[in-house]
Design a protein around this ligand. Structure first.
Ligand SMILES: Nc1ncnc2c1ncn2[C@@H]1O[C@H](COP(=O)(O)OP(=O)(O)OP(=O)(O)O)[C@@H](O)[C@H]1O
Ligand SMILES: [Mg+2]
Length: 245
């Protein structure tokens, strides 16, 4: 099977004033279509940096990145933005909805960057994803009129509306109480069952265990990669210690 995503020896160094931070150091990773991956590790180990590279928000300092068999490591800013809008769905900890747009308008936004889509097609796509996340009944509300859990479900709908190749979620339940967090995690379980490819950063071990594959980082490197044979239940992870260079 050809991997959806293939990272080879990826490094990312940030230079701020005189200080050099090596946020990623020799990352090798393949992600296959349909995988639900959790990414854990202590604060500052490089999780968000890795997600930004996967999502073409940033580019690596060195290394190769292939997305759907295309070389994504040497794209221009504009090319990255175009592929990002077609292939990537982002979900952030703080929802990032636009406050003066309605639920419907927020979810519609990614489609407005595509030219030539008929209004009826746009409407049916938005309605479909809002049904999927059970937010169709709130489509004319504004974000401030929704609970945190509802806002995050709208953000997931916005991430899904383009039918992206992968959904990247950075601590999607980090700002939610346990009940709302559970609703969002159940939504991810459902999306995974329906075939979506997901990579979710989480600090919470129980949330990480719901994924079909659990990755752990330390100090810019991947230190664990385990397949979760019965995603969702406990005591089923067989960890593989990775050789760290
Ligand atoms: N734009 C940037 N400029 C400079 N340094 C950065 C930048 N982004 C991240 N870093 C540094 O890179 C390292 C990795 O940061 P990153 O945000 O990826 O960590 P993280 O694992 O997501 O942490 P957390 O769990 O706290 O969100 C940190 O040392 C951070 O300070
Ligand atoms: Mg982070």
């Amino acid at each position: 099977m050809t991997a959806l995503i293939s990272l080879k020896n990826i490094s990312k160094t940030f230079l701020t004033e005189e200080i050099e931070t090596r946020a990623l150091n020799g990352i090798n990773l393949q992600i296959n279509k349909g995988e639900y991956i959790s990414l854990s590790g202590q604060s500052g180990c490089g999780k968000s940096t890795l997600l930004s590279l996967l999502g073409l928000l940033d580019s690596p300092t060195t290394g190769d990145y292939q997305l759907a068999e295309e070389d994504a490591s040497s794209l221009t800013r504009n090319q990255r933005a175009k592929i990002r809008s077609q292939q990537i769905g982002f979900v952030f900890q703080s929802f990032n909805l636009i406050s003066d747009l309605t639920v419907f308008e927020n979810v519609m936004l990614p489609l407005t960057y595509q030219t030539g889509l008929a209004k009826t097609v746009i409407e049916s796509k938005v309605n479909d994803v809002l049904e999927k996340v059970e937010m169709a009944h709130r489509k004319n509300h504004y974000p401030a009129q929704l609970s945190g859990g509802q806002q995050q479900r709208v953000a997931v709908a916005r991430a899904l509306v383009n039918d992206p190749a992968i959904i990247l979620a950075d601590e999607p339940t980090g700002n939610l109480d346990s009940k709302n967090a559970e609703a969002v995690l159940q939504l991810f379980d459902q999306l995974h069952q329906d075939g979506a490819t997901i990579c979710m950063v989480t600090h919470d071990p129980a949330s990480a265990q719901r994924a079909s594959r659990c990755l752990e980082m330390f100090d810019g490197q991947l230190i664990k990669d385990s397949i979760n044979h019965q995603a969702g239940s406990e005591h089923n992870v067989q960890p593989v210690e990775l050789a760290v260079g």
